[in-house]
Design a protein around this ligand. Structure first.
Ligand code: AGP
Length: 615
């Protein structure tokens, strides 16, 4: 949540900062601001609303400084307003700060500062930070080069919660300090310049060389240098990481919206995620993993822990691991898992799925699992993200940057990766010959999947027509059984987050136990049917809603009598284990076209942000 950008170099900072903010707007978009160091001291401009309000400010062109920090906000403390927008300055206007995260003890710190004569002008937790730095700065007796850094460090030591900070100081016009704790921040190395960002894609057009920071590492930046310090302020070395995403992968190109582009990128994302991990005649390989047969046989449980769409991937993973490996598997929402004393120990493998690798609850659940002795495995899309740096093992989807708030290509790539993981576990366990045949056919199915995804995208025109019929509705229901119910959940989340239509998903068989009371004339019911063992049962459930006047959309690869339904979308056949990868695609498109019909901002739905880095 919240996007952070910084620049220090020879160029005018403000256009680079605004450009970075525009690319990071998916992280938060209720207000934006910028601070630069000018010849006259610190200059700060901010406004409520989207970044375009900031760059439309006439004074913005007057900023000449070559050092600056900027922020696009997703409000936590205090409503979206100009006063609450970042950057925030201290009372003496010596420091300017942007902050991503939450200061949990801000009331205590505010009291300490108020008792010492400080005044506050916003409702944010952030405003205490520049004042706290000033408080410690004034206590410094040595006027040496590290005075600024010591004040920042002392302030950070007082903060509880999470933070990624950029700080500039009018007394140090050639420096910027950055630090993070449980909130993302990277430094991009340029030629005689440094870029700072909460997300790599925002800086890809400037550099591919990044420094990745660990918690409580401090960086003193100048245009030609980056000096790294640990929490004792001892100098440390940092290696540069080369990020091989290209800049165009973070641009919309010819597409109207990022979401549409990302839906259409799914064949490529899946192909690249499979990479060379699967071959027809050899075992599935994960060079990052070294699980043995003994270890897997000794497991009491596997846990998938994640949030939102990533958690829905876990549901598909449970089905695969239990059926292919016979290991009991549970799926939990990270924000619940961490507070319910989960039964885990050294015989539990906890798998954390997160596109961004930065989701606060998932990260906290991972730390808890490690404390309980479990082994931890991260599945993410972002190299070097916080979750990968905490986990014992990390495996990556290769979906490229996902910018739209609604996750699409990350979901399908994650299901592919989890399927390969299940195959790898099953092959390591050396189960029966019958299982080997099943695994081989599943591998063949995975290898042809990108083509089938391409074919499924051809349903777009029919789906667009259906969206025209439903976009004014208030409630929509998604039904499925078995693996199709997990897709119903994901489809329902996708529709509600970008079309603002209330939708719910249910196991089709559960309908008669309550939800059917909501079915009335002309209500839309959407059902997914890809499991031949369950299709007849689901058809019966749909007949029950048709009898009560519902209009129906069916996504299926099964032979069914199509006459009774309003629309049937045919998708290619594949193994039930991986059918979510195909069956979700028409429903991603349905969410997209419904949102477009309503004239909404598909990529930046209200109240949401791409990566949820606060609890
Ligand atoms: C997906 O469409 C959502 N925007 C959201 O549920 C997302 O999947 C969730 O916040 C988890 O994010 P992560 O994968 O980056 O951890």
């Amino acid at each position: 949540m919240c996007g952070i950008v910084g620049y220090i170099g020879n160029k005018k900072a403000s256009p680079i900062l605004i450009n970075g903010l525009l690319k990071l707007e998916y992280r938060g978009y209720d207000s934006a601001g910028i601070s630069t160091i000018e010849k006259t001291g610190l200059s700060t401009m901010k406004d409520k609303g989207r970044v375009k309000n900031l760059y439309n400010l006439p004074e913005i062109d007057n900023l000449e400084g070559t050092i600056g920090i900027a922020h696009t906000r997703w409000a936590t403390h205090g409503k979206p307003s100009k006063e609450n927008a970042h950057p925030h300055m201290d009372n003496t206007k010596t420091f300017s700060v942007v902050h991503n995260g939450i200061v949990e003890n801000f009331n205590e710190l505010k009291k300490l500062l108020c008792d010492n004569g400080y005044t506050f002008y916003s409702q944010t937790d952030t405003e205490i930070i520049p004042n706290l730095i000033d408080y410690y700065y004034k206590k410094e007796t040595d006027n040496d080069d590290l005075k600024f850094l010591r004040a920042v460090k002392n302030a950070c030591n007082s903060l509880k919660g999470s933070f990624a900070l950029e700080i500039i100081c009018k007394d140090y016009p050639d420096n910027m300090i950055v630090v993070r704790k449980d909130s993302p921040l990277v430094i991009g190395k340029g030629n005689g310049e440094n870029y700072i960002s909460s997300d790599i894609p925002a800086m890809l057009s400037y550099t591919k060389e990044f420094y990745l920071l660990n918690d409580l590492e401090y960086v003193v930046l100048s245009k030609d240098d980056a000096k790294f310090y640990n929490n004792n302020l001892e100098p440390i070395n940092k290696e540069i990481k080369l990020i091989d995403w290209n800049a165009s992968s973070a641009e919309k190109g010819e597409f109207e919206d990022y979401m549409l582009k990302e839906i259409y990128e799914q064949p490529k994302a899946i192909r690249e995620t499979i990479g060379s991990r699967i071959n027809k005649n050899s075992k599935c390989e994960f060079e990052e993993l070294n699980f043995t047969k003994d270890y897997l046989q000794g497991l009491n449980k596997i846990y998938f822990v994640a949030c939102g769409t990533a958690m829905h991937v876990g549901l598909a993973g449970k089905d695969m691991i239990e059926k292919l490996c016979k290991i009991p598997t549970e799926v939990d929402i990270a924000s619940e898992f961490r507070y319910r004393d989960p039964l885990i120990d050294e015989k539990t493998l906890c798998i954390f799925i997160s596109q961004s690798g930065e989701t606060a609850d998932t990260l906290a659940a991972l730390k808890l699992s490690k404390e309980c002795g479990a082994k931890t495995l991260a599945i993410t899309n972002v190299i070097g993200s916080s979750i990968t740096r905490e986990a014992d093992y990390s495996i990556y989807t290769h979906a490229g940057p996902e910018i739209a708030v609604a996750s699409t290509k990350a979901y399908t790539s994650q299901v592919v990766l989890v399927a390969m993981l299940a195959i790898y576990f099953a092959e390591t366990l050396e189960l029966s010959a019958e299982k080997t045949t099943l695994l081989n056919s599943l591998k063949e199915e995975l290898l042809v999947l990108p083509k089938k995804v391409q074919k499924t995208l051809e349903t777009s025109t029919e789906i667009k027509n259906f969206a025209k019929r439903i976009y004014k509705e208030k409630d929509i229901f998604f039904l499925g059984r078995g693996i199709d119910e997990t897709v119903a959940k994901e489809a329902s989340l996708k529709l509600k987050e970008i079309s603002y239509i209330h939708s719910d998903s249910y196991p089709a068989g559960e309908l008669k136990h309550g939800p059917i009371a909501l079915i009335e004339n002309d209500v839309t019911v959407i059902s997914i049917m890809t499991d031949h063992k369950l299709v007849k049962k689901t058809v019966s459930n749909i007949q029950e809603v048709i009898s009560r006047g519902a209009k129906t959309l069916i996504v299926t690869n099964q032979q069914i009598d199509t006459d009774m339904f309003d629309m049937v979308i045919r998708i290619p056949e594949t193994s039930t284990f991986i059918s979510p990868i195909l069956s979700i695609i028409p429903l991603q498109l349905l969410a997209y076209f419904t949102s477009k019909e309503k004239g909404l901002d598909v990529d930046k739905p209200r109240n949401l942000a791409k990566s949820v880095t606060v609890e």
